[in-house]
Ligand binder design. Structure first.
Ligand code: BMA
Length: 844
């Protein structure tokens, strides 16, 4: 999927707008070189130097084996990109022509026909300048020279009298994970990583249009927009706001533009407004607005935007224990269900629109309503936010600062101010933006990670470094948000308190890493519940096919999984997985098919652990009002906390999450030797349901059962049934052959099911699995029905041992049940039932 042909070239001049204010990309046939080389090599723009070297066979695949270690020279070199271009006649004749770089990574000098026109030092800003005086009609030469970010970072840090946590990376406004993270290789790259184009206009140009809500009722939305436009002279013109979906003019006015920059407010009304809702709560309705400036009956320039009508609030009300932390969307308290999102590649321009669609579709399929764009990556691509708007996924947006202390000299502060201003204005119209958050784990790091001692700071140094922190996150960035996006809440740092502190469970958001980093058992997830769980997680291996893309299976065995060949960037990753496996499962290294079995078990381990947390968080509603596990996706193929790997293959976790995040959930927990059955609802209406609870042995003999009709309150969690274990299990020695299940039926169909076991999985006395299967292929999709008279635990279905995306996988078949699943991708050939391979935990 990711191995697209990166030499994709814009064959035609791409005209973004057909009006007088137009954007064209005349830059073709890019080439690049190491500045010390004389020969030039074809390049792709947007792109990165690593991807360009790989595409030209100058380096091996950066994601294969241990290639990372031999490719570190690239970050130390300086690189140059160039292209020659002609300017089309109509563009050339415009009064103004700017060259716009939506992103340069990072330290770049841009030369046009030999003159320096731009100097860039921030990957997260747009860079543009007037280039008209230097342009020729033909044979223009554009050169972009990138200096090594690592070398500049070293120079900058050497000027400081102390070392800052995070090292040289904190001096450079670049995606911080490029320097390596505990799920990422180190690839400090460079390149023209976002589109570059010429923007040309005559005398009027729209700079930006912001949309704002005044009052909204069910019959009427009073809205306004504020446009900024430049004009070369005083002139009268007409502004028009149109609803693009029905062509209706919503408002038109004649205005006078002054020479220079004009602020143009326009009030308008939408009758019977359709609100924007999140996935699960309603339709994420978008209005398509077009704002035009006309003169003499002709459209001079135009700007279009998809706008959602909605309010978002973050409520932090003091209560008997601390302070609430929850979001209200259109006045409705919403429990946030989601995950932490990291960049989808080390070489970001390789992520296509289609890849973004796959990622966001997974969030939607898994009943999520929020993703957190984590602060060590990038402000995401437009496609990402457009898809979140369209599909009802809210975004917790970090500013790009993570796990380090940052400098705050005047130049750095100015740079950050420009970056924040650009990004906030770029994203403010997206209804998906729910929160701006200053940084990831910096306040936590400062107070809990012993940096002061580790770096030997004097009291003065400490005061200065902390003062710099407050300047950045409590003043500068906060002010930018308040100025340009006051309707969206700002939160200085995620989390508020570190997980070792009791306050972390009483107020603010919480990153609970007692499980994994603290080696606490998964059961701790049931106790360590804060007001909003914005991080917690556990690693698992990716699918075999994914590992085969970077690892030679023949020379690696599960026993030698300490070897970096396996691509686990966490220093104790393998030991931690092993350690937890021994608690709940067993070490699979002597299994006859060790690698496969280890993968399968590690995925079950992760899936069970994380859903233990999710269910506990959801049961704790409204005390806890959000759960975002770490981490949604991967930036390369490897072992990590992700639920879905680099190639988009779902681990067991992803299937478990889909069920654990369902709108209405039944969940069972055992507390003080009592079984508690909870029903949690994230829907706005009251729901009638039938709850069937039973205790059974693995052969299907029901020992105890109870059916009850229940009324589920909207937006609630309640314990519907409790029973002491001792009252239904007399002989505890048989615990390892029993399970307790709760099934919730809504309108006669099974809406949710919970299965509880009484001993760790490794102690279950499971019968031999004997699964009957029947297969149908229709429309090139597999429809599989699996049934078993006895309990079949964690059935993993593959096609001829190969990964297949299915509607469900890794599920238990309860005795006497039939489970129907289907494939979600088309299967080209005719499949025989014997090609369907089943693995179960019964065969351990
Ligand atoms: C979290 C993140 C990342 C890290 C992850 C796993 O706290 O913010 O810094 O990758 O933990 O260790």
């Amino acid at each position: 999927m990711k191995k697209r042909n990166l030499l994709f070239i814009f064959f035609l001049l791409v005209t973004f707008r057909s009006f007088a204010q137009e954007k064209i990309d005349p830059f073709q046939h890019w080439q690049f070189r190491n500045t010390t080389d004389s020969s030039w090599i074809p390049a792709t723009v947007p792109g990165t130097v690593h991807a360009d070297l790989f595409n030209n066979n100058k380096i091996p695949d950066p994601f294969f084996g241990l290639n990372e270690y031999n490719l570190q020279w690239i970050e130390k070199a300086d690189w140059e990109y160039k292209c020659t271009f002609d300017v089309p006649y109509e563009t050339f004749n415009k009064t103004h022509i700017n060259i716009v770089f939506e992103g340069l990574d990072t330290y770049a000098k841009v030369y046009l026909n030999g003159s320096l026109i731009l100097t860039a030092d921030n990957m997260f800003r747009e860079w543009q300048t007037d280039c008209k005086p230097l342009l020729k009609k033909k044979d223009n030469l554009l050169r972009v020279v990138f200096q090594s970010a690592v070398k500049i970072g070293m120079q900058d840090s050497s000027k400081s009298k102390y070392i800052l946590p995070g090292g040289i990376r904190v001096y450079t406004r670049i995606a911080q994970y490029q320097y390596g993270w505990d799920w990422s290789p180190r690839y400090v790259t460079c390149g023209i990583w976002k589109p570059v184009y010429l923007e040309a206009w005559n005398d009027i140009k729209i700079q930006s249009v912001g949309y704002y809500q005044d009052t909204v009722t069910s019959t009427k939305a009073n809205l306004h927009l504020i446009a900024f436009a430049t004009s070369d002279k005083f002139q009268e013109c007409k502004i028009i706001l149109r609803d693009q979906l029905n062509g209706k003019i919503l408002k038109e006015e004649t205005i006078a533009l002054a020479q220079g920059l004009n602020r143009i407010p326009l009030k308008f009304i939408i009758n019977n407004p359709q609100l924007w809702w999140t996935n699960g709560l309603g339709n994420p309705n978008l209005y398509h607005f077009e704002f035009d400036i006309n003169k003499g009956g002709k459209k001079i320039c135009s700007d279009s935007c998809k706008v959602g009508i909605r309010t978002i609030e973050l409520l932090q009300r003091p209560d008997s224990v601390g302070k609430s932390f929850y979001f209200k969307l259109n006045g409705v308290p919403v429990f946030m269900k989601g995950a932490n999102y990291i960049p989808a590649d080390n070489f970001i321009p390789r992520v296509s629109k289609n890849d973004y669609e796959k990622l966001i579709n997974t969030a939607v399929d898994c009943n999520m309503n929020m993703l957190r764009v984590w602060g060590g990556g990038i402000y995401e691509d437009d496609n990402f936010y457009d898809l979140c708007d369209e599909k009802g996924i809210l975004v917790w947006q970090d500013f790009m600062f993570a796990c380090g202390m940052y400098p705050a000299d005047t130049a750095f502060l100015n740079n950050v101010k420009n970056e924040a201003t650009y990004q906030v204005n770029r994203l403010t119209n997206h209804p998906c933006i729910a929160l701006w958050c200053g940084n990831n784990e910096i306040s936590e790091g400062w107070y809990n990670w012993d940096w002061q001692k580790q770096y030997g700071y004097s009291a003065n140094d400490s005061a200065k470094i902390w003062n710099n922190y407050t300047l950045l996150f409590d003043t500068l960035i906060k002010n930018v948000v308040n100025t340009f996006d006051a309707k969206t809440p700002y939160w200085p740092s995620s989390p508020k308190y570190g997980w070792g502190r009791k306050e972390s469970l009483l107020e603010g958001d919480s990153h609970y890493w007692g499980v994994w980093w603290g080696m606490e058992p998964f059961s701790m997830y049931e106790n360590k519940i804060g007001r909003f769980m914005s991080e917690y997680g556990f690693q698992a291996y990716p699918a075999d096919e994914t590992m085969k893309t970077y690892l030679d299976f023949k020379t690696s065995s599960a026993g030698d999984n300490m070897n970096p060949f396996w691509h686990n960037k966490h220093p104790q990753g393998f030991q931690t997985i092993d350690n937890y496996l021994l608690r709940d499962y067993y070490n699979a290294t002597d299994h006859k098919n060790a690698v496969k079995h280890y993968t399968y078990l590690s995925q079950l381990l992760q899936a069970n652990g994380i859903t233990t947390a999710i269910e506990a968080h959801r049961r704790a509603r409204p005390y806890c009002m959000g759960t975002l596990y770490w981490q949604f996706n991967d930036c390369w193929p490897g072992v990590s906390w992700s639920g879905m790997d680099y190639y988009g293959r779902w681990k067991a976790l992803q299937y478990f999450v889909k069920k654990a995040y369902s709108d209405i959930l039944v969940t069972v927990t055992e507390k003080n030797k009592t079984l508690e059955t909870f029903v949690v609802s994230d829907v706005q209406k009251t729901t009638k349901a039938k709850l069937c609870i039973f205790l059974s042995d693995f052969n299907g003999k029901k020992i105890w059962q109870k059916d009850t009709l229940i009324t589920i309150q909207p937006l609630s969690s309640s314990c519907c049934f409790t029973i002491p274990v001792a009252s239904i299990i007399k002989d505890t020695s048989a615990n390892n052959k029993l399970f307790f299940a709760a099934r919730l039926y809504i309108a006669d169909s099974l809406a949710s099911q919970a299965v509880h076991y009484f001993v760790p999985y490794k102690l279950l006395k499971l019968p031999k699995a004997n699964i009957k299967r029947s297969l149908k292929i229709s429309d090139n999709k597999i429809e599989l029905s699996l049934s078993s008279k006895t309990l079949a635990k964690n059935v993993y279905v593959s096609l001829d041992d190969k990964y297949l995306k299915l509607s469900d996988n890794y599920f238990d078949i309860l005795p006497g049940d039939e489970v129907k699943i289907h494939s979600e991708e088309s299967i080209s050939s005719k499949i025989k039932v014997r090609k369907i391979k089943l693995e179960t935990f019964n065969s351990k």
